[in-house]
Design a protein around this ligand. Structure first.
Ligand SMILES: [Zn+2]
Length: 360
């Protein structure tokens, strides 16, 4: 129990928070490469490092796929070099796509509970996670959480804004699902029984086109819906690189004006030692006056301190002006089963409330 509780200063106990399910609006979590790095600081279960996009040319030995005049650029600005390659109609583009996709698809979560498990368990079915990351970690976590008995309506919706090595689409039925690749086991489309086609991965800088590909278009449509409805927006490990100007523009449009979002909280999680002012300025269009926080760890976030009740805790603190106790998630669970077990009181309250947790 927190100090406040011991002093009798708490207006609202953990049990009251667990029993409160009044919020229907979504909490939106946006993930960038920094989230995967925070999840696997020492590499994946086999010691494989998570490559940053700017490093893939060297990390994956791709430099020789580029013609001599583009090799230097490939090392300093991979996306720019790749873009030129696409413009030249170079035949090595599809081979590059395959190699990069196969590399990311081999990444695997360690057996121990991982940050990605926390991220999903701390949100509800009404909430959504949008990721720019190609790695399959979020999906591997999802599959194992479902194996632990969680159902999809108990977990946030997942969307992949730049495609994902493990996710594909059935264009005909407009359904997305897992593809067979690396450590990921695919499932066929539930409508037609055909395997899903892999989602597109790379987007040349100058011509990022978020509407041409049906899979990507669906992901961004969802972003528009969720961002315009959310009460809390958490950005984790995404520094909004210059190559993503178009993506940021789309996010801004989806979010609407800051004035219209007057009651919302924006939370930015950077790496330890990050420059708070820079992050604050980057995300300025998403911040209403003082309703923001810059954090250096997920474990300081609303999600970690008020798991599955972020909206309710936010209302209690800012509207009901209560001193609220924290219900902080454990960082030291020995197994995934133990971590899931810790969430049981929250899940049980949700089952009792029979709250339909759809995003609509
Ligand atoms: Zn189908």
């Amino acid at each position: 129990m927190e100090d406040g509780a011991a002093d009798g200063l708490v207006d609202r106990t953990v049990q009251q928070e667990i029993d409160d399910l009044r919020v229907r609006r979504p909490h939106v979590l946006l993930l960038g490469a920094g989230a995967s790095l925070a999840a696997l600081p020492g590499g994946d279960r086999n010691g494989m490092a998570l490559p940053l996009l700017r490093d893939v040319a060297i990390d994956l030995g791709l430099v020789n796929f580029f013609p001599a005049e583009l090799r230097e650029l490939a090392v300093t600005d991979f996306e720019a070099a790749y873009s030129k390659l696409v413009q030249q109609g170079d035949s090595s583009v599809s081979e590059l796509n395959e190699l990069i996709g196969d590399y990311f698809a081999r990444l695997r979560l360690p057996d121990e509970p991982n940050l990605y498990d926390h991220l999903q368990l701390c949100l509800r079915g009404k909430d959504a996670i949008f990721t720019f990351n190609w790695d399959p970690l979020l999906l591997q976590s999802r599959v194992r959480l479902e194996r632990e008995g969680l159902t999809s309506d108990q977990l946030p919706e997942l969307f992949f804004l730049h495609g994902n090595v493990a996710v594909g689409i059935c264009v005909q039925d407009r359904i997305t699902g897992l593809v067979n690749r690396g450590a990921v086991r695919g499932r066929p489309c539930s409508e037609c029984g055909q395997p899903f086609s892999p989602s597109q991965l790379l987007f040349p800088v100058e011509t990022k086109n978020y509407t041409a590909d049906p899979f990507i278009a669906d992901q961004w449509n969802a972003a528009r819906y969720y961002l315009s409805n959310c009460f809390m927006f958490t950005i984790f490990g995404y520094s909004a690189p210059k190559t993503d100007v178009e993506a940021i523009g789309l996010l801004k449009k989806a979010w609407g004006t800051v004035e219209a979002q007057a009651l919302e909280q924006t939370e930015i999680i950077g790496r330890p030692g990050c420059d708070h002012n820079t992050l604050r300025n980057t995300w300025d269009p998403f911040i209403h006056t003082h309703h923001y926080e810059v954090l250096e760890s997920f474990f300081d976030s609303w999600m970690a301190n008020h798991p599955r009740r972020t909206g309710e805790a936010f209302i209690s603190q800012y509207f009901d002006v209560q001193f609220i106790d924290n219900n902080t998630v454990p960082r030291d669970a020995d197994s995934l089963a133990q971590l899931v077990h810790w969430f049981e009181p929250l899940l049980s309250a949700e089952r009792l409330a029979h709250v339909p947790e759809s995003g609509s």
